[in-house]
Structure formats: structure tokens, C-alpha cells
Design a protein around this ligand. Structure first.
Ligand SMILES: NC(=O)c1ccc[n+]([C@@H]2O[C@H](COP(=O)([O-])OP(=O)(O)OC[C@H]3O[C@@H](n4cnc5c(N)ncnc54)[C@H](OP(=O)(O)O)[C@@H]3O)[C@@H](O)[C@H]2O)c1
Length: 259
């Protein structure tokens, strides 16, 4: 390994990943451990999934802490960040990965409650978690390796029929990412967004039906969906010091879908 390779590692970073019990978050957790993270904090609501990921990461030999938390709940988020601070003394990288859509209907049929819940899951979660972590940075300023990576979506840049709340939340994450980039830059900390298109996870169970899948693949120049690991590797790059001059960036991981 030469010095340049070292910049892509996460050796001296404690990484907290939300939604780490499955799907893309799980892949990011494994990638962080393989990149040598000093500590990996796994969070989601249900502990069982977190413990399964902890067991998967164990052979890599990096310290792992699991914290059950609901990232739409202010008190739960603050307690989650306190838990991580007690365990490792600091958080260097926050990956805001939680998000999703639990219904697909035209705007005219969207209930106000469903709209609010979707924005809480996709947008407020990132606000609450970023705020709690940045407050820990404020107390000990000056470490240039700190950063936030937020998982958006190709829906951060394109409209999608019947997904107005999800797409609105994902678009808003671009605004949050860019605003944080400017707010944090004087301290040397960074904020970026990764925007996957389609990945086979529990979130996309409905889209995995052959008809939708074939139709969606026809729109992707690379002719396939992404592997969760392909998203995780981009997150790792942005989280690492190799991306030391990258902030406010929104990186599509979409096989050329938007090209
Ligand atoms: N899959 C795709 O094709 C795709 C495409 C574009 C963007 N994305 C984005 O990528 C991110 C991850 O998606 P995914 O497909 O990996 O999702 P997923 O398989 O549904 O996993 C979601 C994760 O978030 C956790 N979670 C859900 N609600 C939570 C809450 N309120 N508080 C804390 N944790 C919560 C889940 O665990 P618990 O249920 O135990 O809490 C789970 O670990 C999302 O932001 C999604 O919008 C995905």
C-alpha cells in the first residue's frame, strides 16, 4: 500500500451509520470496517438486525457498537449520539443513510400524515442526526477529517410519479448537504451526498418484480441495477481523506441513468 492508498482508508475515524441493519447501510458498515475504521457505530430501530451485522463484521476485527434508535425522534437521536460518544469518545464520520417510501400514490391521494411521516424519515432524520453530531464537533473544533455523507437518491434530481413526498425529501437533502458544506467548511469539516438509483434491498421489493425490473433496466445505460457495495465504496471515498477537497458534492451512483 502506498501513501496515496492510505488516504482512502478510514483508520483514524469513528464512523456512525444510520439504517445499518440491512441493505445499503449494512454494506456501508462492512466497507467502513474493511477500510480500517477505528470504530463503527451501527444504528437502526431493531437491535436484532444490528447484531447480525455486528457478527458479520466481527472477523474484520474493528470495534463495533450497536445502538437502537429511531432517527425521526429527537430524544432518541440525542441518546444515540451520546451512546456513541461514550463508547468511542468522538464521531468523525456520520452517514445519514435512513430513508424510504412506504406508499406510492398520486399527489392528489397523498394523506397529510403520510406526507409528514415520509419527510420525517427522509429529511428530518438527517437534520436531527447531523445536528446532534455537529454539536459534538463544536465542543472540540479543528479536526479536518470530519465529514457527513448523506444518502440521497436519483430521486434527489428527478421527479417520480406517485412518490411526491419521498422525492421532495430527497431533493431537500441536496439543500441540507450544500448548506452544511458551507457552514462546516471554515472548520475543515465536509458534507456530501451520494445518490443511488436502484439497488436490490427490502426497500425495492415491489420494483424487483420482473416487469418493473426489465423496464427500469432498459433506462439504465449500464444495463443493470447497482450492488449495495458499489454505493458503499463511493460513501467510503467521500468519508475518507482522499476526498479532502470535496464538499457540497452530490455524486450519482446510477449506471449512467441521468447521463
Ligand atoms: N434501495 C434502493 O434502490 C435505493 C435507491 C436510492 C436511494 N436509496 C436510499 O438508500 C437508503 C437506504 O435504503 P435501503 O434500500 O438500504 O433501505 P432498507 O433496506 O429499507 O433499510 C433501511 C434501514 O433503515 C432502518 N430504519 C428505517 N426506519 C428507521 C428509523 N425511523 N430510525 C432508524 N432506523 C430506521 C432500517 O432498520 P429498522 O427497520 O430496524 O429501523 C434499516 O436498517 C435510503 O435513504 C434510501 O432512500 C435506496
Amino acid at each position: 500500500m502506498n501513501a496515496a492508498d492510505g488516504a482512502f482508508r478510514l483508520d483514524r475515524k469513528v464512523v456512525l451509520i444510520t439504517g445499518a441493519s440491512r441493505g445499503i447501510g449494512r454494506a456501508i458498515a462492512v466497507e467502513a470496517a474493511e477500510a480500517g475504521a477505528e470504530g463503527v457505530v451501527l444504528t437502526a430501530r431493531r437491535p436484532a438486525g444490528l447484531e447480525a451485522v455486528r457478527a458479520e463484521i466481527a472477523p474484520i476485527g474493528r470495534p463495533v457498537e450497536c445502538v437502537a434508535a429511531d432517527v425521526t425522534d429527537e430524544e432518541s437521536v440525542d441518546a444515540m449520539v451520546r451512546h456513541a460518544m461514550d463508547a468511542f469518545g468522538r464521531i468523525d464520520v456520520l452517514v445519514n443513510n435512513v430513508g424510504g417510501a412506504s406508499f406510492k400514490v398520486p399527489l392528489a391521494d397523498t394523506r397529510a400524515g403520510g406526507w409528514r411521516k415520509t419527510l420525517e424519515l427522509n429529511l428530518t432524520s438527517a437534520f436531527l442526526t447531523s445536528r446532534a453530531v455537529i454539536r459534538t464537533w463544536r465542543d472540540t473544533p479543528g479536526d479536518a477529517g470530519r465529514n457527513i455523507v448523506t444518502v440521497g437518491s436519483s430521486g434527489s434530481f428527478h421527479g417520480r410519479p406517485e412518490l411526491s413526498a419521498y422525492v421532495s425529501g430527497k431533493h431537500a437533502l441536496v439543500g441540507l448537504t450544500k448548506t452544511l458544506a458551507r457552514e462546516l467548511a471554515p472548520s475543515g469539516a465536509r458534507s456530501n451526498l451520494v445518490a443511488p438509483h436502484l439497488v436490490e434491498t427490502d426497500l425495492t421489493t415491489a420494483q424487483q418484480q420482473p416487469e418493473f425490473r426489465d423496464e427500469s433496466i432498459a433506462q439504465i445505460p449500464m444495463g443493470r441495477w447497482a450492488e449495495a457495495e458499489e454505493v458503499a465504496r463511493v460513501v467510503r471515498f467521500l468519508a475518507s481523506d482522499a476526498a479532502s477537497y470535496v464538499t457540497g458534492a452530490c455524486v450519482l451512483v446510477d449506471g449512467g441513468h441521468a447521463a
